[in-house]
Design a protein. Structure first.
Lengths: 130, 165
């Protein structure tokens, strides 16, 4: 029975590690395309460097790396390590900034374009009232 | 999405399934004729068979991914093209938590407790992905136009009608 447990452990190593390795290989070889990861889309189809995406990538990488290192340093824990509330708050803020930027560019377009539309609406309303 | 090919007459036999079945039968036979405690042998036979089948299914999925039958090229892509940051961060956090969970299970031999903070982290990550998808879909009207474009077109139509009058 002990042999079965050892085999099961190695099998899970192989399957999880294999999946991770395949996805990593596909990302590195370009089969899974990461082009445009830091590029934002506006509603007119133009692309621009997105600071919201860049900061989110940075915060995500730092948080994920720190968490993994904490587990690697002491894997004999009885529970998954907790994440400080301050880290969660920073991460939530980072995600909000990203979503806010995306919503603005996708739903409203650029600020100037938004204002132009608003002015246009106001002019249309004035004409109707006249 | 590829269509099911169960009715395809040209389909080649799935050798992986045949090999899998043969090995499972071999394990059962070996344990049956081995002698000793029958109950213990049955447990071992079921254990080894399930382990082997799981390995076979896992390897079949890996082979399909590598061959491109299971296409993962769009796993990080947005609808309009380019990579999606929300998908990427969800992938990273899922892998990190899964890997951490697995490392602890391997080292302690039991299932670890999952703190609420970890669930919150995954919740934030998944919510961001969902909201991001919502924004993307919301930015397109049913006719494939942006809402502000629809407003502009409506105003133009109203103006044209006024001029006619």
């Amino acid at each position: 029975m002990q042999q079965l447990v050892i085999l099961a452990r190695w099998e899970v190593y192989l399957l999880i590690g294999g999946l991770f390795a395949i996805i990593l290989y596909k990302i590195l070889s370009g089969s899974i395309d990461l082009n445009g990861l830091l590029t934002g889309d506006s509603r007119d189809g133009s692309e621009f460097f997105s600071p919201g995406r860049a900061q989110m990538l940075a915060f995500t990488s730092i948080t994920a790396f720190n968490y993994l290192m904490e587990v690697v340093r002491s894997p004999s824990l009885q529970a998954l390590p907790t994440i400080p509330h301050s880290t969660l708050a920073i991460l939530a803020g980072s995600h909000l900034v990203y979503l806010g930027g995306k919503a603005r560019s996708m739903l409203l377009g650029s600020i100037s374009e938004y204002l132009r539309t608003e002015v246009f609406n106001a002019r249309g309303n004035n004409k109707q009232s006249e | 999405m590829p269509e099911a090919t169960t009715n395809n007459p040209n389909r080649t036999p799935n050798y992986l399934q045949i090999i899998g079945l043969a090995v499972v039968v071999a394990i059962m036979m070996w344990l049956f004729f081995k002698g000793g405690n029958a109950e213990h042998n049955l447990k071992l036979a079921i254990g080894y068979s399930l382990l082997f089948l799981l390995l076979l299914w896992g390897l079949a999925i890996f082979v399909d991914i590598l061959k491109g039958t299971i296409d993962l090229s769009g796993i990080l892509s947005e609808v309009g093209g380019g990579a999606s940051m929300s998908r990427f961060q969800l992938l990273i956090f899922t892998f990190v938590i899964a890997l951490s969970f697995f490392l602890i299970v391997v080292s302690t031999g039991g299932f670890p407790q999952i703190p609420t903070e970890v669930l919150t982290l995954l919740g934030i990550s998944a919510s961001t992905y969902a909201v991001s998808k919502g924004i993307q879909i919301g930015s397109q009207s049913p006719a494939g136009k942006h809402p502000t474009e629809v407003v502009e077109e409506t105003h133009t139509a109203v103006e044209a009608e006024e001029i006619k009058k």
